[in-house]
Ligand binder design. Sequence first.
Ligand code: SAJ
Length: 442
Amino acid sequence: MEFRNICVIGLGYIGLPTASTFAAHGVNVLGVDANPRVVETLNRGEIHIYEPGLYDALKKAAQSGNFKAASQPAEADAFLIAVPTPFQEGRFGEYNGLTYKVADMRAVTSAAESIVPFLRKGNLVVLESTSPPRTTMDLVAPILARSGLEAGRDFHLAYSPERVLPGQIMRELIENARVIGGVTPASAQAGCDLYSVFVKGKIIQTDATTAEMVKLMENTYRDVNIAIANEFSRLADQFGVDVWEAISIANLHPRVKILNPGPGVGGHCISVDPWFFVEAAPQLTPLIYHARQVNDGQPHFAVEVVRRALGAMAGKKIAALGLAYKPDVDDLRESPAVEVVRLLQAEGAQVKAWEPFKPDASLPGVCMASSLEDAIAGADALLLLVNHSEFRKLSPAEIALKTEARLLVDTVNGWERGQWENAGFAFFRLGDGKSKSVTLES
Ligand code: SAJ
């Protein structure tokens, strides 16, 4: 199949890079977003999110005339749905006394509904949003059937998850292997024809539900593996062992690859997607459930480390460095760093947060600093929450001149103990049992 015009619904972290990559490869793309501010920003030639390389790609796409943003879809050869699938705020499911988070599929539902008036025979519709198993068959196909056309017979329908890593999206979109699950083999083939426009990695065709499950399995696998690293950090702390050293030694084993502990697991993918399995089959997912519990509990462990370093928290001034959910991105969604800040404030600490990738972030109850200097100047302690490259490069001696703080807590293993101790700082690190022997509280 050939695709001249496509419509990408949802212009966020996945939809926008995908739209601009198609446009850069000569496809005429209409980008659709429900938020009028996003549409207006993009049509002005500006951009509402940060992702390395995205701004330049979009600029080129707009200059070539291949990209335009709008609030409503229009007729096209293919429709891509790349909208968020978060979990529902404040709503939980229950199984055997355990509560679990449930998916909020409203954005997928309304994106599918918005396509109905424009769907024509021979079109292709692809769902990219990470979704609970069977969403393509049981949610999207019935909505599209309201057009009077049947998926697999009159038009093609496929599920093709994005699997790109924020921070490296523009490269991974092209280079990663891509799975395409069709409601029929012909639908998978149509999806393959579409993505072949730019994908250089292997394209694997399968059925829609397998593709949905592949995506959830990947992120669940990572979540469970981070959970064990986080659990190791608590154990190491208990036994006076430096978990970072222990992990680096264990990882010399040819069949061991332990991930990094930290203040928790955030973002809109790994901290959300495993719940889709739990919601779909709570009786089958005790491991997945408990891994989520471990990772969601990790900000409390980070706070415990801070408490140990600072003693009573009331009135203590803490400079929190980083709020993003992981290094070198501007995304604050489900960020464990934000959770740590909130927990510290609940204990009476006065936290000032500096996030270089989103200095103008506005989070209820969180006091934002205007610069690194502003955050650290009058602080009692520095708290490293995100391993941003620019934090790793800080010079301890220079920082010592800019702050009254002589104590720091590193939750991400971003800093060298010796360097900071030489500059006069008492050094505490999450999962580093060696910090236990230092007691500053009088
Ligand atoms: N994290 C750790 N320790 C680690 C690795 C990560 O605590 O060793 C934390 C991060 O700090 C962050 C969270 O986990 O808070 C998730 O970060 P990530 O880099 O593991 O993953 P994401 O959410 O940015 O992207 C993931 C990727 N999935 C996998 O690696 C299996 C990506 O390929 C997916 O496309 C993406 O989810 C998605 O959109 O689903």
